[in-house]
Structures are given as structure tokens and as C-alpha cells.
Write a protein that binds this ligand. Structure first.
Ligand code: GRF
Length: 209
């Protein structure tokens, strides 16, 4: 069976990448394989894990390119070169530019640590997201997996998971509770996408041959 080839983009810790790799390894994310892990930061901790697991890794640094467009095109070349079917942002800290959006329209997913549309958009990264939920005295927060479009954190939502916000929560405590749900939600939504958009489409195409 042809597997859906995943390209994972990271910039840091890479815990979501680990969760995805774990799901592929255990068979809960059947029908997919990791084709490449791309990092825009050579120091990203997730790269050592990827290397330990013998996953192909590629570093593409913004500073090596004159323009953002050239940088995005370089990432696109890596994805195409590894025959990636689905690109996954997993703590990737740059905005996805037009070359990637065009070539991978409806084939880039992101996970965000809030119940979008709340607390999304430029600048809403890391602990800022959880600080905002606490400041608003929200009683619940969570995470969202969405399709990546030109509207930052604004693409169609494919899945969400909820957690309570406790009155005593620090942003760090809330981040930890949300992250545990991210690790469950992301592989699940990827699995659904792979089934709906990859396996079923391939079966349909085969049936028409
Ligand atoms: C996660 O909270 C994710 O929602 C956000 O960035 C963080 C990445 O964490 N987009 P990790 O690198 O996957 O551990």
C-alpha cells in the first residue's frame, strides 16, 4: 500500500513531532510515513530526536537566503524532493509564504495551543497564548488543528480538544495541560486527513483505472 508521506516542519523542542513519530511507529497512524523533518533552526532540540530515529532531517535557514520567497522556495524544494504528500507544522516559527501555500494548498496542517479563533494570529505564540486565556479569565482552553492558508491561524479548523483553565493556573501550567492534548489531537486529526484525503482518494482513482 502506498503510504502518505509526511513532511514535518519544526523550529524547536519538537514534542508534537515526537507524538506524530510515535503514532506512526505504533501503527495508530497507519497509512503514513515520515518522509523528512525540516528545521529552520540548526539548534532545534527536535532534530536530535529525529536523527536518533533515523528520520531524514534537513536544515533550511532564513539567513542563507536573500528573500523570504527564496527561503520558502528552498523549503518547498525539500518537500518536493522527498515526495511529501502532507506538510505538518509542529512548532514551526515562520509564516508560510506563497510558494508553499500554492504548491501545498489544503495540504499543510498546523497545531495551535488555543481554541481558535481565540488567541490566534501574528504574535500569538508560546506562552503569550496562555497568558491571554488566563487574562481573559477563560474557564476552558485547548488546542486546534487547522489547514494552513494565507490567513495566519485562520484556516479551516479540522479538530479541537479542550482542557479546563484553573483559577490558580500559571501560563506554564496551562501550557503543559494543553500540550498533553496536542500530542493526542494532532496524530488523530492527521490520521483522519490521511484516510479522507489520501487513502480514499487513491482508492477512488484506482477504481476508475
Ligand atoms: C506547541 O504548543 C504548538 O501548539 C505550537 O508550538 C508548540 C510547539 O511545541 N504551534 P513542540 O515543538 O511541538 O514541542
Amino acid at each position: 500500500m502506498t503510504r502518505c508521506r509526511l513532511g514535518i516542519l519544526i523550529s524547536g523542542r519538537g514534542s508534537n513531532m515526537r507524538a506524530i513519530a510515535g503514532a506512526v511507529e505504533s501503527g495508530t497512524l497507519a497509512g503514513a510515513e515520515i518522509a523528512v523533518v525540516v528545521s529552520n533552526r540548526p539548534e532545534a532540540a527536535g532534530l536530535s530526536y529525529a536523527a536518533e530515529k533515523d528520520l531524514p532531517t534537513v536544515i533550511v535557514e532564513r539567513g542563507d537566503y536573500d528573500s523570504k520567497r527564496d527561503f520558502d522556495t528552498a523549503i518547498l524544494d525539500v518537500l518536493l524532493g522527498h515526495q511529501v504528500d502532507l506538510a505538518l507544522l509542529a512548532g514551526y516559527d515562520r509564516i508560510i509564504g506563497q510558494p508553499l501555500l500554492d504548491a501545498y494548498a489544503n495540504r499543510i496542517l498546523n497545531i495551535h495551543p488555543s481554541l481558535l479563533p481565540k488567541y490566534g494570529g501574528r504574535g500569538m505564540v508560546g506562552l503569550a497564548v496562555h497568558r491571554a486565556a488566563i487574562a481573559a479569565e477563560d474557564t476552558e482552553s485547548g488546542c486546534s488543528v487547522h489547514l494552513v492558508t494565507g490567513d495566519v491561524d485562520g484556516g479551516p479548523i479540522l479538530g479541537q480538544a479542550r482542557v479546563p483553565v484553573l483559577p490558580t493556573d500559571t501560563p506554564e501550567q496551562l501550557a503543559e495541560r494543553v500540550l498533553a492534548e496536542e500530542h493526542r489531537l494532532y496524530p488523530q486529526v492527521i490520521g483522519e486527513w490521511v484516510y479522507r484525503k489520501f487513502i480514499r482518494e487513491k482508492e477512488k482513482a484506482d477504481a476508475h483505472r
